[in-house]
Design a protein around this ligand. Structure first.
Ligand code: AMP
Ligand code: MG
Length: 322
C-alpha cells in the first residue's frame, strides 16, 4: 500500500522534495484529494497521467496560492478575474484562461487554455508554500473514471499497487465534490462543471453565465457521460419512488435514500442527509461503501432539488449512473 503521512512540517517537506524530484504526491484539498506534480515539470506530469490511467488529452487543474500565482501561468489577465478571485479564492472555483507559453503543454492536456484554482485547505496551502508558491497540477487522486477520493484511505485503495506513493492525510475533504469549473475564454462565461460555488453566485458577480447541458466530453473532459462512477451498476430513482423501485429488485441492493423506512430487507440502506452541503460531503464515501457490499445494484434516490448546491450533486449522480 502507499504511505499515508500525517501533515507534520517534516512530511510537507518530504512531499515537496518528492515533487521537486519529478514525482507525484497525493494531498488533501477542500474539494477532493488531488494527485499532484509541479506544473513546470513534465516528468511529474507524466507520472500523474500514468498512475491515474488518465487519457493524455484530459487536462489538469493547476493549484496556486493566490491570484498572483495564477498570473504566472495564464496569458494576460481577464479583468473579470479580479472580482472573482477576490470574492471566491481561496476556494472551490476553477477558472479556465489562456495558457501562458512557458507552461508545458502536457500540463494542459494539449490545450491552449489552462484551468487554475487556489485551494483553501490548509495542508494544500502549506505544500504550495513549501514549494515557494510554484504551481501544482493535480487532478483528483483516483483511477480515471472512478469515484473521487474524499479520505486518504480512498486514495490508498485506488493506488494500492503504488508502493512509493506519499499521501498527505488531511481528514475528510470539507466539501467533497470537485470544484466548479468556469470557462472565461468563451464569448460569454460558461459553466463547464457545477460545484460548491453555485451558478447563482457566479451570475450575481458576472451577470450572464451560460450553463449548457454538457453530457459529452468535448469542451471539458470532466463532462464525459460516465464519470465519478462506482463499479457496481448504479441507477437513479425518482424522489419518493424507492419502495416501488425496490419491489422490482429480486436481488439485494445498496440504497442511498433519504428515508430508511423505504428500504426493506434484504436491501442495505445508506441514509443520506437532506441538507445539500452535508449530502455532498459524504456522497463519494457512500458510493465507495455501497461498492464494497457486493450488491447487484446501487439505487440512489433523486435529491429534492436541482438548484444551488444540489445542481452539482445531481450532475455527479447522473454521471455516476450513466
Ligand atoms: P479533475 O481534477 O480530475 O476533477 O479534472 C479536472 C477537470 O477540469 C477536467 O476533467 C476538465 O473537465 C476540467 N478542465 C481542466 N482544464 C481544462 C481546460 N483547459 N479546459 C476545459 N476544462 C478543463
Ligand atoms: Mg477527476
Amino acid at each position: 500500500m502507499p504511505i499515508i503521512l500525517e501533515p507534520t512540517d517534516l512530511s510537507i517537506q518530504r512531499a515537496a522534495e518528492a515533487m521537486r524530484a519529478g514525482r507525484a504526491v497525493a494531498f488533501p484539498t477542500e474539494t477532493v484529494y488531488g494527485l499532484g506534480a509541479l506544473t513546470h515539470d513534465p516528468r511529474g506530469i507524466a507520472e500523474v497521467y500514468r498512475m491515474k490511467w488518465r487519457p493524455s488529452n484530459n487536462p489538469l487543474i493547476a493549484h496556486v496560492l493566490d491570484a498572483h500565482g495564477a498570473r504566472e501561468i495564464v496569458e494576460g489577465w481577464d479583468p473579470r478575474c479580479d472580482e472573482l478571485t477576490s470574492r471566491l479564492w481561496p476556494g472551490p472555483l476553477t477558472l479556465v484562461l489562456p495558457r501562458r507559453a512557458n507552461v508545458p503543454v502536457e500540463a494542459a492536456g494539449g490545450r491552449a487554455t489552462i484551468a487554475v484554482r487556489s485551494p483553501s485547505c490548509p495542508v494544500a496551502r502549506r505544500l504550495l508554500q513549501e514549494l515557494g508558491g510554484e504551481s501544482i497540477s493535480a487532478p483528483s487522486a483516483n483511477r480515471s473514471g472512478h469515484v473521487s477520493p474524499t479520505l486518504a484511505s480512498h486514495v490508498a485503495e485506488d493506488f494500492a499497487s503504488e508502493l512509493d506513493l506519499m499521501i498527505l492525510n488531511g481528514g475528510r475533504s470539507e466539501f467533497g465534490l470537485e470544484s466548479t469549473v468556469l470557462d472565461l475564454t468563451t464569448a460569454r462565461p460558461t459553466l463547464l462543471r457545477p460545484g460548491t460555488v453555485t451558478l447563482e453566485s457566479l451570475r450575481q458577480i458576472l451577470g450572464d453565465v451560460d450553463a449548457p447541458e454538457l453530457m459529452e466530453q468535448g469542451a471539458s473532459p470532466g463532462t464525459a457521460p460516465r464519470h465519478y462512477a462506482p463499479r457496481t451498476p448504479a441507477v437513479l430513482v425518482p424522489i419518493n419512488g424507492m419502495r416501488a423501485a425496490l419491489a422490482l429488485e429480486p436481488r439485494p441492493c445498496a440504497v442511498l435514500c433519504f428515508d430508511p423506512s423505504h428500504v426493506p430487507s434484504p436491501h442495505t440502506d445508506i441514509t443520506m442527509p437532506r441538507d445539500a452541503r452535508l449530502y455532498a460531503s459524504i456522497l463519494y464515501d457512500a458510493l465507495r461503501s455501497a461498492d464494497t457490499l457486493g450488491c447487484a445494484r446501487i439505487l440512489i434516490e433523486m435529491p429534492p432539488s436541482a438548484d444551488g448546491l444540489w445542481r452539482a450533486v445531481v450532475d455527479r449522480l447522473r454521471r455516476a449512473t450513466a
